[in-house]
Write a protein that binds this ligand. Structure first.
Ligand SMILES: Cc1cc2nc3c(=O)[nH]c(=O)nc-3n(C[C@H](O)[C@H](O)[C@H](O)COP(=O)(O)OP(=O)(O)OC[C@H]3O[C@@H](n4cnc5c(N)ncnc54)[C@H](O)[C@@H]3O)c2cc1C
Length: 292
């Protein structure tokens, strides 16, 4: 059976991926699915499994470097509203994996619930944030996660409760194919005071990122006790360029991709930074970007 048979209304072929990523780079997905129900999601995952087709999930694309040659197999995008609900009940907020993290933060703050406001200004979706335990200002998303629903590579929906969940620095035990939803347990607080705190975090976060409409990527994990940005700066790498990819002059852990850049330029720039940092300080910087 043709892989897309019966799925024509939500699966496309040869979909250019650059527009879905913050780096605005890379080739096309062989198949691209935007399911409109959980049943459609399960069917496409099962069909791929039966046909040995690799599957990946795209969130907000803020941590992705897509290869210039594109991506074989299926890329699933949880863009339909069915995957991005946000529900507040008492101190718990239940959110879909496709919801924007920024919406979840502002909804929680508006409901007078504290615990996520320090994450204001981190781009991407809840699924992407949980996958990589995103964090800022000493807080990470895992600290408030008490439950998650996932879809396995066989298309089965499972629930992970607090005792199954492990979060460490930019890592989580949620490594199933799809993070469908999560529950955050938060603290009651004054909404106006929280709003002020969130705004401060947002300003600090934005001040630590390149501004404007540049195509950007956040390159390396911080080494223990240090910031990747200062390590790169101290290695004299600010402003270093490979092709159209350049280390940001103001915030050295960001790469800026010009319209002429290729994904290969970014990959080669990351390798150059890694080898120069190793030479200067003996440190191994680990790439934060997920490379497809
Ligand atoms: C300007 C800028 C600032 C940033 N600042 C920070 C920061 O302060 N702190 C920080 O931690 N990170 C930061 N990042 C990195 C990035 O924003 C985070 O890693 C973010 O959580 C990625 O989410 P996403 O939805 O964009 O994921 P994507 O980039 O789309 O995907 C990243 C990974 O998550 C997986 N994934 C995405 N959604 C799902 C899902 N529903 N189910 C299963 N897997 C999924 C993908 O398959 C992929 O492996 C920054 C990036 C940029 C560009």
């Amino acid at each position: 059976m043709e892989l897309t048979a019966g799925f024509e209304h939500f699966v496309r072929t040869d979909e250019p991926l650059a527009k879905y990523t913050w780096l605005k780079l890379g080739g096309s997905a062989e198949y691209f699915a935007e399911p409109t129900t959980i049943e459609e999601l399960a069917s496409v995952v099962k069909r791929c499994r039966e046909n040995d087709i690799p599957c990946r999930v795209l969130g907000g694309g803020s941590n992705l470097l897509v290869s210039d040659d594109g991506v074989p197999g299926m890329v699933i995008h949880l863009s339909h509203p069915v995957f991005s609900g946000i529900e507040v009940e008492g101190n718990r907020v239940t959110v879909g994996g496709g919801a924007k993290l920024s919406h979840v933060v502002s909804t929680s703050v508006g409901a007078g619930l504290a615990g996520l406001e320090a994450l204001a200004g981190i781009p991407g979706t809840v699924g992407g944030a949980l996958h990589g335990n995103a964090g800022a200002n000493g807080v990470d998303i895992g600290q408030r996660t008490v439950e998650a629903k996932v879809m396995t590579r066989t298309g089965e929906v499972q629930t992970r409760t607090a005792s199954d969940l492990q979060f460490t620095y930019r890592q989580s035990s949620l490594d199933e194919l799809v993070i469908l939803s999560a529950v955050f347990e938060l603290d009651s607080a004054d909404s106006q005071e929280l709003t002020r705190r969130m705004q401060k975090f947002w300003i600090v976060q934005k001040a630590s990122q390149p501004g404007g409409s540049d195509a950007v990527g956040y390159m390396f994990f911080d080494p223990p006790g240090l910031s990747a940005s200062s390590v790169i700066e101290q290695s004299g790498l600010k402003g270093t360029k490979v092709g159209g990819a350049e280390i940001c002059g103001e915030h050295a852990n960001f790469v800026i991709a010009s319209p002429e850049a290729t994904a290969n330029d970014v990959r080669r720039l990351a390798e150059l930074v890694q080898s120069r940092v190793k030479e200067v300080s003996g440190m191994d910087l680990k790439c934060q970007l997920t490379i497809w």
